[in-house]
Design a protein around this ligand. Structure first.
Ligand SMILES: [Zn+2]
Length: 229
C-alpha cells in the first residue's frame, strides 16, 4: 500500500501568523520543525497501519519547508516546484492507495486560521460548481479523478469541519482551535503527533476508492482583489 501525503503549512501545529509560514523568517525556522513533526507522525501512523510506501509532497509556498533529516527513513519526500499537479503531485501514476492532507486550512473568504485559497492576498474566493472551495475541496476533486481517496485531514478545527464536506469518511485531527484569522488555541507538538499517529492507520487499512464525478467538467470561478494602486 502506498500513501501520498500532501503537506501544507498553515494548518500545522503552532502556526497562527503569516511570518510562521514565510520562508526565511525566524518564526518559520521554528515552525517548520513542528510542521515536520506533524508530517512524520502521519508517516509513522500509516506505516504502522500497513503502508509499505509513504511519499510526502511538499505543498507550501516554495515547497521547501520540511526537514528531510528528521523524517522516518522509510519515507521519501518530493521537494520543490514546479509540479504539474502542484499540491497533489504524485497521485497520477496509478500506484497511490490513499492521500493525506496534512497541515491544511480553510479557503479564501471563510473563517479559519490563515484561511486562503492559493494566493493569500489576491484571491478573495473560489467557487467550484457554485460551492465555496478550499484547497482541500479542490484537491479532493483532483485526486478523485485518479480514484484515490482522502484518508486523513489535519489542520485547525474549522479545516476538519470543512473536510466533512469533501472527505466525510476520513479521520480528521484538529491540532489547534480557531479563535481568529491569526489566533488559535494550540496543542503541543507531542500531543498532536500522538493524535495524528493514532488517526492515520485506521483509515489507510480500509480506504474506499472514489468514483470520478459523472457529467462534464466542473465550473470554477474566483474573486480577485483589486490592486488599489
Ligand atoms: Zn495552502
Amino acid at each position: 500500500m502506498k500513501i501520498l501525503i500532501s503537506a501544507d503549512m498553515e494548518g500545522a501545529t503552532g502556526v497562527t501568523w503569516p511570518a510562521d509560514v514565510l520562508p526565511g523568517t525566524p518564526q518559520w525556522e521554528r515552525c517548520r520543525a513542528m510542521f515536520t513533526s506533524d508530517v512524520n507522525a502521519a508517516v509513522l501512523g500509516f506505516l504502522e497501519g500497513g503502508a509499505d510506501e509513504v511519499l510526502i509532497n511538499e505543498a507550501h509556498w516554495s515547497m521547501r519547508n520540511l526537514l528531510l533529516e528528521r523524517l522516518d527513513e522509510r519515507a521519501e519526500m518530493l521537494t520543490g516546484r514546479h509540479k504539474s499537479l502542484s499540491m497533489v503531485e504524485g497521485v497520477q501514476h496509478g500506484d497511490v492507495d490513499g492521500i493525506a492532507f496534512v497541515g491544511y486550512h480553510t479557503g479564501a473568504g471563510a473563517e479559519g486560521v490563515l484561511a486562503h485559497t492559493y494566493l493569500a492576498n489576491s484571491i478573495t474566493g473560489v467557487w467550484l460548481d457554485g460551492e465555496r472551495a478550499s484547497e482541500g475541496l479542490l484537491n479532493a476533486r483532483v485526486v478523485a479523478e485518479y480514484g484515490v481517496p482522502v484518508v486523513l485531514v489535519t489542520g485547525d478545527d474549522l479545516t476538519c469541519e470543512d473536510a466533512l464536506g469533501y472527505a466525510p469518511q476520513a479521520p480528521k485531527v484538529a491540532v489547534k482551535d480557531h479563535v481568529s484569522r491569526y489566533a488559535a488555541v494550540c496543542r503541543t507538538p507531542a500531543r498532536t503527533a500522538a493524535d495524528i499517529r493514532s488517526a492515520a492507520p485506521a483509515r489507510s487499512a480500509r480506504a474506499e476508492r472514489p468514483h470520478p464525478r459523472p457529467g462534464g467538467p466542473p465550473t470554477l470561478a474566483r474573486g480577485v482583489a483589486h490592486d488599489p494602486h
